[in-house]
Write a protein that binds this ligand. Structure first.
Ligand SMILES: Cc1cc2nc3c(=O)[nH]c(=O)nc-3n(C[C@H](O)[C@H](O)[C@H](O)COP(=O)(O)OP(=O)(O)OC[C@H]3O[C@@H](n4cnc5c(N)ncnc54)[C@H](O)[C@@H]3O)c2cc1C
Length: 338
């Protein structure tokens, strides 16, 4: 069980900056995010797009903003638990017990939900039986490409991820690339490369096919794919990989007894606390009169929620407001040498 002053759900811009605000006031925190990288919408939806309304930064991309936010909290050594979804938040005496789908448990007096529009989840294969092999031989992301060496892999999808992985894995695996349309959506150079590899027989290309069935007892043995005209083909395979993009789901947050209206959580504007003591909501996921779904609003909300956490984390101490420019304590925490 991991003990912390604050548990932040969501490593989007709001969660990251909120962690900074906790760090400078001397509170510990841990961040959990369902994605495999920090940055939320900025990194997942528009890493290369320029943002023009971050105060004092005339222009930066989603990725640059994320990298700067991560750099800004480096000094605090905050653990970020990626590829984990917070599934359960339960009260136990004065603490919240928070559980992730990867089996981690946190104990904390404060939970800050910076969950944006919900957790990003992979769009999955339609056949229900796929669940049986999920995370073993049916995967929606790749953590270690070595597991595919010398194996047969069926890759589904028509975008950059499917194409990039088809090209990459074809170096050491037998690759079948399967797409429900004739045309691919990826970068032209990768589309051309995939066609070239198909022409030379390095990969097998199946277009206008979708997954119809998966077969196997304890492990995946073969899959059936169905053509638009109804023809079914069976392929022996070790793995099936689906790259169909992500969907955003409020998911488990809906079950924690919070005041939820239109997929957002109602908060007060003093502490950004929800209807549950010690649970705060900030960023896109929170709602109050006049709420603007902008990154700069999330920064402000996170700063206030962080201060509100102090009371429950340090009940015997009084929070003292200090400027970063003049506080020795804050500079020490940031590792600034004078
Ligand atoms: C195309 C586009 C352009 C934009 N341009 C601008 C702009 O120019 N300026 C601007 O200010 N804003 C812009 N925005 C909006 C801005 O991106 C959002 O306001 C901002 O990302 C909200 O930050 P957040 O941290 O609150 O949420 P998010 O960025 O959505 O991050 C939330 C994170 O929480 C995680 N999460 C949710 N539930 C769970 C759970 N149960 N367990 C674990 N993790 C969970 C998610 O995986 C996600 O990573 C734009 C948005 C889009 C889509």
């Amino acid at each position: 069980m991991i003990k912390t002053d604050v548990l932040i759900i969501g490593a989007g811009p709001t969660g990251l900056f909120c962690a900074h605000q906790l760090g400078i006031i001397g509170l510990t925190c841990e961040i959990v995010d369902n994605l495999d990288k920090a940055g939320g919408q900025c990194i997942e939806l528009y890493p290369d797009k320029p943002i023009y309304d971050i105060p004092a930064i005339p222009e930066c991309t989603g990725e640059e903003l994320t990298n700067n936010l991560i750099n800004q909290i480096k000094a605090f050594n905050i653990p970020i638990h990626l590829s984990e979804r917070v599934d359960e938040v339960k009260k136990e005496n004065d603490n919240w017990i928070v559980k992730t789908n990867a089996g981690k448990t946190f104990i904390t007096p404060n939970v800050i939900i910076a969950g944006g529009v919900g957790s990003f989840e992979p769009r999955k294969f339609a056949p229900k039986e796929c669940e049986k092999f999920e995370n073993q031989s049916i995967l929606y992301s790749i953590k270690d490409k070595k597991i595919f060496e010398g194996k047969t892999v069926c890759i589904f999808g028509g975008g950059d991820s499917a194409l990039d992985w088809a090209v990459e894995l074809s170096k050491n695996s037998k690759v079948n690339l399967i797409h429900r349309r004739d045309d691919f959506r990826g970068a032209q150079s990768t589309v051309d490369k995939a066609h070239e590899l198909a022409k030379s027989g390095t990969i097998n290309l199946y277009t206008k096919y979708q997954l119809a069935n998966v077969n196997g007892e304890n492990k995946l043995e073969s899959i059936d794919i169905k053509h638009d005209d109804g023809e079914i083909k069976s392929i022996n395979t070790d793995f099936a990989l689906g790259f169909f993009g992500l969907i955003m789901q409020l998911g488990p947050i809906a079950n924690w007894g919070l005041n939820i209206d239109k997929k957002t959580i109602e908060v007060d504007t003093e502490k950004f606390e929800t209807n549950q003591k010690g649970i705060y909501a900030v960023g896109d996921i929170c709602n109050y009169p006049g709420k603007l779904k902008l990154i700069l609003s999330g920064f402000h909300e996170g700063a206030l929620a962080a201060r509100a956490c102090f009371k429950l984390a340090r009940p015997d101490e009084k929070y003292r407001f200090e400027f970063t420019t003049s506080s020795k304590t804050i500079k020490n925490r940031l590792g600034v040498k004078e």
